[in-house]
Design a binder for this molecule. Sequence first.
Ligand code: UDP
Length: 574
Amino acid sequence: MPAELTDNAIRVLEARYLLRDDQGTLSETPDQLFRRVARAIAAAEQKYADASSVEHYTEQFYQLLSNLEFLPNSPTLMNAGTGLGQLSACFVLPVEDSMADIFDSLKLMALIQQAGGGTGFSFSRLRPKGDLVTTTGGQASGPVSFMHIFDCATEHIRQGGKRRGANMGVLRIDHPDIRDFINAKRDGVSFQNFNLSVSVSDVWMQAAQQDQTCPLIHPLTGQAVAQVSARELLHSIAEAAWQTGDPGMIFNDAINRANPTPRSGPIEATNPCGEVPLLPYEACNLGSINVSRMVRQTSDGYAIDWQKLARTTQLALRFLDNVIEVSRWPDPRIARTVESNRKVGLGIMGFAELLILLEIPYGSAESIRLAEELMASIAQEARTASEQLAEQRGPFSNWSDSIEANSGPPLRNATRTSIAPTGTIGIIAGTSAGIEPLFALAYRREHVLGEQTLVEINPLLLRNAQRYGLEPEILQTHLAQQGTLESLPQVPETVRAIFRTALEIPPEEHLQIQAAFQRHVENAVSKTVNLPESATVETISRIYHRAWELGLKGVTVYRYGSKAQQVLYLGTTE
Ligand code: UDP
């Protein structure tokens, strides 16, 4: 029996995932979608085995999807088996310092976004504003100005595309135009289709800690053009993030220490939500295990079903490798780079729901231990699965050049793991997003279904209200207004702790959870440190330093209410 879909899941599937005929009428059911995707991805088995293997994995994958135990990223759900060959959510494209190169990448961006992929770019190689352009004798407009072209193109592709296109724009902290970049979204209207990240090195973080200066460097000549206070520049990043949520930070040295193929060049950018650092022209497809379904019932509650988790991980990894097999790419350079490294990003969703089932408060020492144990197990099983695939199908072609070449048996995939936001597939699976805590116990969600608003009151809390000694009607009225249990009297402390929401969890605990996962993830971890409206710029500066000390690859903060239009609102009433 396939798992039951929630009303919100059905609404999301109908709006954008289920196929339609020429008249625009729905032509498949959710069950048929899962069959379509399972069949298309199992077809990859043909290359290595006989027809019975294709049948076997079609059924296995169908079970995995329809039981909502694992879902691939949205483009795979939307496009697999439809003739559209692009199934990955994440791409990085180069931006070199020439008109021809910039517009070449712009065209590729358009094709990728049309099919539902997100694109990341490093603009650090562009010469600064005001620099001489020798071919024309004019003045260069600089990285931020060029970013407007990408932003505008995305805005227009959106109408015909599968979903709103998303971009990541990265600029090194030592680029001469860094201040324009840091402040680029502060007017509240520019770059609505971009997330911004400042790429920071260890040297800059140390200099900020010790209050030293660092040089701004011309990207073409390598010459220092100014000396600036590292602490002051970091503070201005915190100020902009306090005001608008952007920019985030990416820690370039941590990313490149984990670059599996340094001989193919340094990694300079990530996909739009930051969970996958990639080389230029590289793509990565993601998938997430719904850990709230990796439990078994015990006499007094729930426990993790480790065997089920191991089986699911192995199957999911095979699924993701098959996705690469059946994918088609908009450009031969992307096809080549993907084939060389075969990166995939298997992660989880439903972590907060799992903790609630296990009655462990999010952010507690026990939750951090569990995060670590859970992800270590997934990483290990994913590695084993990738080794087995390498035996049958061969390793990724850069294997002998990779950092792991001398440390164990060959692998099929240069990276196996990543933690995605699961913004939409989390809704389809009916569970909490990625590794995030519950945003609220009752919330409104905008911008997922165009103009429509999705409303949700946490079903676990409602279902268990009486067991927790709460009067269901009073609870529902309170949550609709406030969104959390805060200020509701007579809630037992243990219940309050289990149902703590994102804004009630201190930044350090958010970071500790992110770090626990990052220790067992080869790519990066998508996580937002949510802050109450009253948080200060200094709090954000401290978060940057802690994130760096903890070895994170990046950090994103969001202060409640700091965007004119945000995605999630506390409570269900406007
Ligand atoms: N993404 C995108 N547009 C969107 C949402 C996501 O291009 O509107 C891409 C982006 O690269 C992001 C990745 O998909 O980092 C994964 O996001 P998420 O897990 O939220 O996607 P889902 O599979 O749930 O739709």
